[in-house]
Ligand binder design. Structure first.
Ligand SMILES: [Zn+2]
Length: 218
């Protein structure tokens, strides 16, 4: 396999999602079997459990996170998701260090990818939530964090990475359709605001449609 983790290297530069349908299908099969994005650096989080019987991913939830809030450097996000955040390192960390949360994936500002939870498993990213009447979105969703804030423009490479990841994940779990890619704020309104006004959904959906169209997927 060609896409072993190359930390700091954008997924799109590694061309991990094949442009031909057969190769995409093969990569999606491997993803379904392993639960791992091959281009992501693996950082195992203990904060997960099994999805309820028979549940396969059918929803993709877009989030943002930055730690400390508004700062885009350092290892605090992965420490947080792995229950290793030092509460003494920053005043804000004292308020969150005991939380047990996770997401499946993180897309950093430079496009590098980290994975914390096997996509077949249930990460703890959505909290109390509902999508089209179905509650407990963690049961049936995949959570992707973008390193960012609600009002800081996301980087071009983050949009490209998110579109590439979406194509691969949709190929692996076809119950996830473009209409079933949503924001945390949409499934937990009044409680959550991410990915925020800075996230340009129309730009993302154009990129996604282009990526799907290029591969003959509808
Ligand atoms: Zn969120």
């Amino acid at each position: 396999m060609s896409q072993l983790p190359i930390d700091g290297k954008p997924l799109s530069d590694q061309n991990p999602v094949p442009s031909d349908q057969h190769a995409l299908h093969e990569q999606a099969q491997r993803l379904r079997a392993s639960g791992r994005i091959e281009a992501a650096r693996w950082c195992a989080s203990p904060n997960y459990n099994q999805r309820p019987d028979g549940q396969v991913p059918s929803l993709l939830v877009v989030h943002n996170i930055s730690l400390p809030p508004g700062q885009f450097s350092g290892d605090a996000i992965e420490q947080f998701f792995c229950n290793q955040l030092d509460p003494g390192a920053h005043p804000y960390f004292q308020t969150i260090a005991d939380l047990k949360v996770s997401s499946h994936l993180l897309v950093r500002r430079d496009g590098s990818l980290l994975q914390f939870v096997d996509l077949r498993h249930r990460a703890w990213h959505a909290g109390r939530s509902s999508f089209q009447g179905q509650t407990e979105c963690n049961d049936f969703s995949i959570g992707i964090e973008l390193e960012g804030t609600d009002d800081t423009p996301y980087t071009d490479v983050q949009y490209r990475q998110l579109a590439q990841l979406s194509v691969l994940i949709m190929a692996a779990w076809p119950d996830i359709t473009p209409a079933r890619i949503t924001g945390h704020s949409d499934i937990a309104p009044g409680r959550k605001t991410d990915p925020g006004q800075a996230f340009d959904w129309s730009h993302f959906r154009v990129l996604l449609a282009g990526a799907l169209g290029n591969r003959g997927v509808t």
